[in-house]
Design a protein around this ligand. Sequence first.
Ligand code: SF4
Length: 339
Amino acid sequence: MNNFNYRKVTEVSDALSNVSKNPDSYFIAGGTNLIDLWKYNLLHPSNLLDINSIDTLNTISKDKDGRLHLGALVTNSDTAYHDLVENNYPLLSKAILAGASAQIRNSATNGGNLLQRTRCYYFYDAAVPCNKRNPGSGCPAKDGLNRMHAILGTSEQCIAVFPSDMSIALAALEARIHVTSTTGDRIIEFADFHRLPGNTPELDNNLKSGELITGLSLPPEGFSKNYSYLKLRDRSSYAFALVSVATGMDLEDGNIKKIRIALGGVSHKPWRVPEAENFLIDKEPNESNFATAADMILNGAVGFGKNDFKIELSKRAIIRNCMMALNPECQRPGAQPSL
Ligand code: SF4
């Protein structure tokens, strides 16, 4: 363990001025990924800024336009079980509760969830090359153990996936991310926050140095009638997704008026294909139409050997999850989906 300075801050302005004076500082909130990275010897913070006592970032409230604001420091559990989230954005509650374990959700924060790093085995093993950890060193996952890895949006440099469940629902809900720095505030549309690996796999997202996430906001309507989150994984709890799907839809006169489908476990960022969502507008919500949309979403998918199965699995998961969204009651524990 290296020596480090620890400082607790209670105001956003204090956090920002500290980080601007010491650019190698790390904010710590729940610490559920940062401590992992530290223990694996992948991070060596010299300045740790504990932001847990900034009360203004620990609230959930509606603004005058009806958007729901989720503070960056609200825990994943408190978010999932909040009345306004459970009733108006049940897709988000369901996705959060599919992630990690109860203990981790009680500690992990909304801001931290967006910033968690890939769980690629090679990334966590400092003894092997990894372009994300050490740019230019290589990507052993491409010809190695890649069962958990990406099939969409990959690059020569990296085939890692982004592991969050919460973020897949946030992508479907078209959330916004609110950030601040000493130069002012800015809002980032969710689709523009996470990055594909391209030639810079070391960058997971478009947050700039010195910026702090203050919260998330959700549109006034959150698919509260027709939604579903399906997570397929090797065991039923405390496992990352092989494939996950978040679907929210609005129906009118029996047809689809609006639909959002986001995929997790398949790319370096939550994966959406607006053309497939547009194809479904004014269509009947049936297996045939969802299958066509699934083909569009998986267009261009490429496996790397051990993860080839994800292509077909993703298509089936999309169809199943869209059908489940027609009857959210089937998602209750023990209920059988009526497919
Ligand atoms: Fe590193 Fe990405 Fe390759 Fe994993 S997939 S070894 S994170 S470069």
